[in-house]
Design a protein around this ligand. Sequence first.
Ligand code: GDP
Length: 321
Amino acid sequence: MTGTYDLSGKRVYVAGHRGMVGSAIVRRLAQEDCEVLTAGREVDLREQALVRDWFASERPDAVFMAAARVGGILANDSYPAQFLYDNLMIEANVIEAARQAGVGKLLMLGSSCIYPREAAQPITESALLTGPLEQTNKWYAVAKIAGVMLCDAYRAEYGCDFISAMPTNLYGPGDNFDLVTSHVLPALIRKAHEAKFGGAQTMTVWGSGLPRREFLHVDDLADACVFLMRHHSAAGPINVGCGKDLSIAELAQLVCATVGFEGTLDFDRGRPDGTMRKVLDVSRLTALGWQPRIGLQDGIARVYQDFLVSGARHVRFDRPA
Ligand code: GDP
């Protein structure tokens, strides 16, 4: 089922505008004839009254929900309560406040980790809740599954046009380059850069290098979000990705070639591999008429340029308190 929603002249709230995804959506919305709304740090989205009051006074017409507690394989495993509680509270508060304020369209962003660990590859949307989750990110996954269900429940009970999109592993400018809490791609960029300029012979890659992952540039995701806001209206998640994956070892080689690190890779098998394969079936999105534009090699080169320009800002530590 598809519908059309016109963003022209609308007041559009981007929740999580300081993050990698939210800031990309704000950049993408600059091309649209709409007014972009963001909330200051004082509006803690985990606090129901603050969120309700903000919606009541700002009255957005549409909402992109890109606010979330996110992190890589180690962060997820280390801070289970914060990954579950923060994400549940953010979703419940924003979705209920959006309903109360009469928001006409809302898009919630989840993640491909909502699907079962042993899901058939490439993963279709229908795999949701058909098997056990991957252990290393189950807290985040459960919260995001609840977010999908909230959108569906509000559609069923109140007729709200709330949709949910599940992106594959994302990367791009403004990523988290902290080696403890980051995802693999920014971690490898930073490690390769530091190994090259530190004169190291080897660079450590977590796990066996065998797991396979799919990567999407966040500017492509932002474009897909605007596309879905316009053209998609249905219950259940819709996958967003490029449909192509590669092994972590291949990714590390690609990153080293881009950065110019010529040493060897040292695979630390004491670190978790996580899911062995996670590639999305994106045929529903493709059938609607959307395709990504930024190839992985080009995307990594762009992110490395961004890292070189604002490296000091990125080399930060933003672990959950
Ligand atoms: P995941 O997709 O939820 O498993 O999250 P990540 O992006 O954190 O990890 C993806 C894969 O990359 C896992 O198999 C990790 O073990 C592997 N990996 C290799 N080196 C690193 C690293 O330096 N940081 C992270 N976060 N993952 C790494």
